[in-house]
Every structure is written in C-alpha cells, then in structure tokens.
Design a protein around this ligand. Sequence first.
Ligand SMILES: Cc1cc2nc3c(=O)[nH]c(=O)nc-3n(C[C@H](O)[C@H](O)[C@H](O)COP(=O)(O)OP(=O)(O)OC[C@H]3O[C@@H](n4cnc5c(N)ncnc54)[C@H](O)[C@@H]3O)c2cc1C
Length: 605
Amino acid sequence: MSSVEGTSGLNGHTTYSPENKYKLPSFCIDETRPMKVVIIGAGYSGIVAGIRFLQRVKNLELTIYEANAGIGGTWFVNRYPGLACDIPSHCYQLTFAENLDWSSFYAPGPEIQAYLESVVEKFHLGPYIKLQHRLTRAQYDEKTGKWHLTIKRATASTDNSNPQIRQGMAHDEYEDIEVTADVLFTGIGSLSRWHWPEIEGLETFQGKVIHSAQWETGEGDSGAKTKWEDTVKSWGDKRIGVIGVGSSAIQIVPALQPRVKTISNFVRGKTWVSASFVREHLVTLANGDESVDNYTFTDKDKKKFRDKEYYREFRRGLESDLNGAHLATLRGNPLQQGAREIFEKIMRQKLSKKPWIAEHLIPDFSVACRRLTPGPGYLEAFCEENVEFVPENIKRITPTGIETVDDKHRDLDVIVCATGFDTSYKLPFTFIGRDGIDLSKQFEPHPRTYLGIAVDGFPNWFSALGPNTGVGAGSLLIIIERQVDYAVAATLKLQRERLKSIEVKKKAVDDFDAYLESVFGEKCRSWYKVGKEEGRVVSLWPGSCLHCIKALEHPRWEDYDYEYLDPDNNRFFWLGNGNTLADKIPGSDRSWYLSPEEVDIPGLY
Ligand SMILES: Cc1cc2nc3c(=O)[nH]c(=O)nc-3n(C[C@H](O)[C@H](O)[C@H](O)COP(=O)(O)OP(=O)(O)OC[C@H]3O[C@@H](n4cnc5c(N)ncnc54)[C@H](O)[C@@H]3O)c2cc1C
C-alpha cells in the first residue's frame, strides 16, 4: 500500500508531498503491542485487577507485587477476635465469583480470607503474584512513558506465622529490584496502614499491648490458619482494656467478653451501632425473630442456594436493599430521620439496663456520617457484669494500666488498641510523577484526584479505593470492580491507539475537587475526613454506590491528554500499515464480525 501524496495545501492545511511523506509503520492495526502492567497489592482490588487484566488485555506481561506473606490484604492481616464483614456476606463477594456456602449472614474474617484464596485459585492468579515484594519507590519516566519501580523483596524463605513478617515489615533479608511498567495499578487499600495511638506512657505498660490490625498475643498464633479463639485461651483471668469505638472495637468487645475476667472499653467518640439497613432480610431468615443480630445458614438454606435462580434473586434482593440505604444517608431526607429514630430506639432498647451509656454513645451527627457497623452483641456486652464503658478521656498509660482524666486508674493485664488506620491517603512510599513532582506534596492540604482514580501529573497510573471512593452504604466491591474496568479500558486504549501516555487534565481534577467541595458539609469526626472535624471529606464518594459505578461506566476520554508513541507525533500512527492480522495471515477468519460473540454481545466500550 502506498500513501496518498498531496500536491498543495488546501485551506491552509498541510498535505502530503514527497518531501513530507508520512512513513507508514509496519504493524497491522490489531497487532497488539506488548503491555507491561504492574499491580501493587493482592487484596480484593489487586485480585480483581489481576483477573480482569488477564482476561481482557492481550500480549500482556502482568505482575502483582504484594508486601505481605499472603494474599487477601485486609482479610489476611486482620485476625482479631470477632472479625467479620459488616455488610451481608452475600454482598461482600465478587459479582463474577459466587460463594454458595457462606456460613452466616455476616461471615467471619477467616472465611472471607478463604474465599479470596479460592478466587485466586479458580482464576489461576497465583503464578502472577509475588509475595513479600513491597513497592518502595515509583517514578514516572517522561521519555519512555514508563513507570520505574523499586521493589524490596525478601530473599530468604520466611516464617508466615510471625505477624510482623506476615505484614512484610520485620524481615531484614531484603534486596531491591528495579522493574518498569507501561501501566501501574495500585490496590494498596485505604485501611491497610495502622499506627499506634499517641498516648503518653504507652511504651511503659508492662502487660501486653496489641493493635487490632496486628493481632499478636504470643500464644496460639503459630500459623496462618490459627483461630483467634486459640490466641486468647489463657485470658480467663485477665483484665482487658480496649481503646476505641470504631468497627474493630465494636467486634472485639463482644467476642472477648465471655472469655476474659473484665473488659474496660475506653470510648472517646460517639457512634451509631445499627442492625444495618438490611435487617428485614435477617429477621426473615431467622423466622421473624426480631432480636436476631446474625444468622447461621442451615444445610437447607445452602441447598436452596444451589438453585441458580433462587440464589441470584436472594443476592439481588439483599444488594438492592443495601444500595437502597443511600437515601437514609442524605441530609434532610425523610428516610434519614426515619433511620435515625429506628437506630436510636434499637440502641436504647439494647442498653436499657444501662441507659446512661446510650446518652454517651448516641451521636448528634447523621446516621451515615461514619460507616455504619451492625455490631452484633456490642451494646449487649455492656449489660454484662464484666464489661465497663469508660467515656472519660485517657490521661496516660501507666506500667500497670490506664488512667483517665478524672484521675481514675484501672489496673489491666492487656491493652488492645483498636484505634484505626492512617486514612490520610499519603502513600507510604515515594511516588514521583511528571517533572519530578512528589504526590505527597501534590496531596497537600488534601488529596485531589479525578473521580478518585487518576491524578494529573501522574500518567499511566490508576488506583482502586483511592481518595473519595468510599461509600457510607453499599458494597465497596462493586466499586473496586468498576474501577478496575476503567483502568483496563484505559490500558486497552493505550495499547490499541499506540499511546505513550494518558494523563488526566488538571482542569478536570480541579472541577472534580470543586464538585466535592460543594457536596460535603456536615461536621463529624470520622475517617471520612482529614483530621479535624471541619476537615475536608476525603474518603467518601459524592453520591451513592450506584452513582459511583455509573460515573465510571463510560470514561470521558476527553478529560485526558495523550502522547503518541509515534516519533512523528501523528495521531493516526495506530492505523498501521492498512491491514488487519486477518488480512495478512492465510486461513484467518475474515468474517469474524459475524461470529455469535460479535453479533450477540456488543463490546463493553
Ligand atoms: C478490619 C477491617 C474490616 C473491614 N470490613 C469491611 C466490611 O465488612 N465490608 C466492607 O465493604 N469493607 C470492609 N473493610 C474495608 C476493606 O478494606 C475493603 O472492603 C477491601 O478489603 C479493600 O481491599 P483492597 O484490596 O483495596 O485493600 P487491602 O485489603 O487493604 O489490600 C491492600 C494490599 O496492598 C498491599 N500493599 C500495600 N502497600 C504495598 C506496597 N507498597 N507494596 C506492595 N503491597 C502493598 C497490602 O499489603 C495489602 O495486602 C474492612 C477493613 C478493615 C481494615
């Protein structure tokens, strides 16, 4: 094929002449260029990303680097007593990987971890995952359009049972490796960086101090499959202090209550402990028992789940109601007032033996200002003899216990810090974009992104569960799935159109930021905001879960800038030599567009 040779300029446009003749590339239009994709993290996000990239991108070199000694992220690391999902198990699974055997309405943590392991196995993801490989530095190279990554990897075989090694921190036998990527996808979790609370004297305590995110009691935890029950076997005569009133503390207190001598729960803030918005399903499953707060599926239930139609209806019903809770999170919506009244009534009922606790705990802020925790058994635990609710602030920790601001000292044997996570979205490694710009600086005073998944100045990078992508009601997993779809679509565009880079425009980021600014208003201290009560909301999506997935459904490619791989910078470089592979390769299917897949299932994008 020869190119058309122009003779003169038409309307001032440059046309082709023998001198400026465009040099045609030699590839066919559908000859996919190799793409090297690196995924960081092997929690839900990294696993979904691994599956979808492999399924949809041809000529792909994929590696998933995971800092921990196992896959699962949140569910690999957290092993504290009572850990369970806070939305129904049937909503906390992937759309394309159904589990028919969830044991209970809110499944325990180890079961979710086992589910994730089964997904990795089912989709043959194992060979692509490199455990104990921690990303420590990422730098974008403008010349090549590639990310240069420094990965710290463990060199010796490691002991998975040591929680510090499990979390990829303690091992001292490391080496640095350098890798590059055409596309970087980070799924490093918004709740994976925990820290010790800053309380005077914490280090002087002579008993055990444990963080909920690193459950290490010194007993029983000698293997990845150890049950938390085995780690507290000797605690029958122990006095436990639990600091915090977040989701973890709410699960830990009732789980420990029957197994220890006393629990003092130090509660600084207020929180809604609700039986969740899908309570009717729970009550129906429990044959109308209004007091139920979890439900164990029977063999009969599981048999019914084998009926595909029944199972899907059950799942859809639950998820539909879960999403329906969104209206109750909107200020001024009658549903919100209704939910508030119901939650308050339930909380007061459960605390009827100790009504003063309800006064301390029931918040002024709206029901979804913080993530709702169903908290089975939490309020009931305070009505037990051996559990104390301590609303006074902590003054200091002493060698023998905790002293509160009213100068009262409680002697303790164990302190459990259920004090949450670093939710600042500051990446715990150096992340350098175009022109040497450091992401941590760009994220001052708060993270600014495009729909939570891309950042100007950081081309060819997409992330899952970044800033402003959480939801107060609904499942995070469908959001992760759609974020992955988006990143895959962008990668396919880079590959198909032979682009060197795709980078979101600053103006698009500014506009999203302005939009966010006007959406959020109400005060409440929670991880949704940066620091102070008045701070900017950084975790929440500015709408419902369904709204978020709609927003991601059709990428607005016009919000991005592009660079071509073509040395001559011609946007039609990707058209190649005028052929498709089928044209060139003898015996190819040259009517592929009539195949059932093409006719019956239109492409996603
Ligand atoms: C205790 C707890 C309970 C929760 N319960 C619920 C719930 O009930 N329902 C719900 O919807 N959500 C819940 N969440 C939120 C939960 O985190 C998400 O639902 C989901 O698990 C997030 O998956 P992820 O893969 O994005 O992140 P994570 O699960 O946090 O995984 C991130 C992974 O990235 C790895 N990583 C991080 N940095 C690096 C690095 N530099 N190099 C290499 N690897 C790295 C980490 O080691 C980790 O394995 C809970 C969170 C916590 C902490």
